[in-house]
Design a binder for this molecule. Sequence first.
Ligand SMILES: [Zn+2]
Ligand SMILES: [Zn+2]
Length: 189
Amino acid sequence: MFKMLKNDESEGGSATMLKVELRSLEQEDVVIQEQGLPQVLGVDLTPELNPAPLEIFCQLSKCDAVVSAKGWIQGKMLLSCDRCLKEFESGYKSFFEVAYRPADEAKEQDEEINPDETVETVFFEGDILDIADQIRQTVLLSVPMRALCREDCRGLCGVCGCDLNVDSCQCSGPATDDRWSKLKNWKPQ
Ligand SMILES: [Zn+2]
Ligand SMILES: [Zn+2]
């Protein structure tokens, strides 16, 4: 199933792993299975977001002019906790599905593209499909809206700013309320 894909433009060849020649899709599906740091795979992501290797699986199949790509990515991203601001690694696995259409076909047959399609459509030009941008998008969509280093993170003290997961401070210590001190020695008669 897996095909090695040649690329003539680059010297190192490292950024070609996520590219597929349309020709190779004529006979059968192509499966891309790669693992590596995003920058090595040619995915444009900041190292802060993805310090760990990314695992990519993608199956491409061609039907008429449309190439459908379906797969998943798995990796770890570096997040900063909303409460204590500490950086922590968070694992994720995300699925994606996209339909690649030739850009010139889009101009000619604009109306034929069903707007109700749930699968995202991406237009491409040329004879080589590059899924790197789709991978990048999928990683970016995997960044959670809310990031907590752990569910019960106690955050930072609003007064002195110390990390309440590690330290305790006077300001956040158990508050003594004078109004109740009289009741301390009270006993029912
Ligand atoms: Zn935290
Ligand atoms: Zn404090």
